[in-house]
Design a protein around this ligand. Structure first.
Ligand code: 5GP
Length: 210
């Protein structure tokens, strides 16, 4: 039996190394009207800095995560940093579709590859910190990691940043205000792109008849 072609809401993927300012820039994206945030499920324990005005995660047990995989409830999922599991529940696609909103995913590189495989029209944005010194400064200022952990995070950030090549857009976060305007501009330009508006324009033309 052939499956009816599935239609998706417009999807924005935001990735970048930790402390690149990704979450703040996601919030800027969510300030635009018609944006819905996809709340990921994770098996990692909550951190004190997790809830900053937005529910970033639903915290679940590894058993529940496993059950969700079996029930095919994830659009994508991955083990991040070889430690905890993170996944995007499919239900957010339906929620965005019903609301007529765009969906914002803050996920890692592995997840981005999976989403692009399923939704090739998804727009991906990679956030780059301005320099190693700046990233190190931000990690130290957080005061949540040991020196050893900071060294590990910096090495991982270097490795992660190589993935920027697979993304549609890159934003260097050296100035939060400018970077915020850039992510918003990317979203607005995408909303106006010809390729994403063919159907709408066709309907307008049809209304003219002929
Ligand atoms: P943290 O634990 O520091 O909040 O996030 C660790 C990493 O997991 C970040 O790179 C973040 O983008 C990524 N992440 C968060 N949610 C998801 C998700 O649903 N899927 C994937 N693949 N990665 C995620």
């Amino acid at each position: 039996m052939t499956k009816a072609a599935q239609s998706y809401p417009r999807v924005f993927i935001v990735s970048g190394p930790s402390a690149s300012g990704k979450s703040t820039l996601v919030k800027r994206l969510l300030q635009l009207p018609g944006m819905l945030f996809s709340v990921s499920c994770t098996t990692r324990p909550p951190r004190p800095d997790d809830n900053q005005g937005i529910d970033w995660y639903t915290f679940i047990s590894p058993e529940e995560f496993e059950r969700m995989i079996e029930r095919d409830e994830f659009l994508e999922y991955a083990r991040v940093f070889g430690k905890h599991w993170y996944g995007t529940p499919r239900k957010w696609l339906d929620a965005a579709q019903k609301k007529g909103s765009d969906l914002v995913l803050e996920i890692d590189v592995q997840g981005a590859v999976q989403v692009k495989g399923k939704i090739p029209d998804a727009t991906s944005i990679f956030i780059i910190p301005p320099s190693k010194q700046e990233l190190e400064g931000r990690l130290r200022a957080r005061g949540t990691d040991s020196n050893e952990e900071i060294v590990r995070r910096l090495a991982r950030a270097r490795q992660e940043m190589e993935s920027y090549k697979g993304y549609d857009y890159v934003v260097v976060n050296d100035d939060l205000e400018r970077a915020g305007r850039e992510v918003q501009a990317i979203a607005l330009a995408t909303r106006c792109s010809r390729a994403q508006n063919d159907e709408r324009i066709r309907q307008i033309l049809d209304s003219f008849g002929g």
